[in-house]
Design a protein around this ligand. Structure first.
Ligand SMILES: *Cc1c(COP(=O)(O)O)cnc(C)c1O
Length: 305
């Protein structure tokens, strides 16, 4: 993966990639006072490109700012336009888009209400986050010893930069132990989500995902819930335990970066007989045809570039 492109959008201007820099005394670099989004743009069969669920991502970007208490100094339309511009200006057909807002230089104390809020948007080509092989044949997950944030410790509904130290620790722990992704439990010991993905389990034709309480409200999660219900699966949003996950027929992760990635094993226990199982496979194929614009029923989720 290369992050190099022609331009990056910074505070309302297109700047050359090399010049998109910040000072080392930037507040966010010290305290994690930033928030971001992760969006994907897909190449469609007809040669056009479309951003998937742009409105929802922009809404969540603004929500993160409200939650943190330093809102974006731009309008919704300006940010939307900037996302489309960064794709066009870099000549990208299919890419990952990363908007980031952060507290800049000024006060170094924790209370820095007058520091400027900078906003940047970058885009680059990024394939399957958990690997092509993972998308096809599933990945090996391990329950992390790191607990997912409690709602009174961190603002779990926002993609706040500082929150991700928890995810970085969990991911490193399981990667170093030879697994692909970390599953994190909530403070009461129920399954919450992965380091950067939401989680689903399947038993028979019943599909279950964790409730929104302490997890990041994933847009891919919401898509899968909608698609599964539309296809006639019974979907519940309900807490589940580690042993319930061990005895699931199927399980999968969802996220903009990871898309729909089947889970082959959890803590060395194989899930079901085949991976991906029939339900995961069905939902994964439906999801891929929706993002590629092949399913007109969900064309409302696409914004053409
Ligand atoms: C971004 C993210 C997700 C997935 O959200 P999407 O909107 O589907 O990309 C899930 N969990 C965490 C912790 C995340 O940061």
């Amino acid at each position: 993966m290369s992050l190099k492109t022609k331009n990056i959008w910074l505070d309302g201007e297109m700047v050359p990639w090399e010049q998109a820099k910040v000072h080392v005394l930037t507040h966010a670099l010290h305290y994690g006072t930033g928030y971001f989004e992760g969006i994907r743009c897909y190449a469609l069969e007809d040669g056009r490109s479309a951003v998937f669920r742009l409105d929802e991502h922009i809404r969540r970007f603004f929500d993160s700012g409200l939650i943190l208490g330093f809102p974006l100094p731009f309008t919704v339309d300006q940010i939307k336009q900037a996302v489309l511009d960064i794709i066009r200006v870099n000549g990208l057909k299919e890419c990952y888009i990363r908007p980031l807002a952060f507290l800049g230089l000024g006060e170094m104390g924790l209370y820095a209400p007058d520091n400027p809020v900078h906003v940047t948007i970058a885009a680059w080509s990024w394939g399957a986050y958990l690997g092509e092989e993972g998308i096809k044949n599933g990945i090996r997950a391990k329950i992390s010893s790191y607990t997912r944030h409690h709602v009174n410790v961190m603002m779990t509904k926002s993609k706040v930069s500082g929150n991700y130290v928890n995810s970085v620790l969990a991911k490193a722990e399981v990667k170093n132990a030879g697994y692909d992704e970390a599953v994190m439990l909530d403070t009461e010991g129920y399954i919450a989500e992965a380091s950067g993905e939401n989680i689903f389990m399947v038993r028979g034709r019943g599909v279950k995902t964790t409730p929104l309480t302490s997890i990041l409200p994933g847009i891919t999660r919401e898509c899968i819930v909608t698609l599964a219900r539309d296809k006639g699966y019974q979907v519940v949003e309900e807490r589940f335990t580690r042993d319930e996950l061990y005895t699931a027929d199927e399980a999968f992760f969802t996220g903009t970066a990871a898309e729909v990635t089947p889970i082959r094993e959890v803590d060395n226990r194989k899930l079901g007989h085949v991976c991906p199982g029939p339900v995961t496979s069905d939902l994964q194929q439906t999801f891929f045809s929706v993002i590629k614009g092949k399913d007109r029923q969900y064309a409302r989720w696409l914004t053409y570039v």
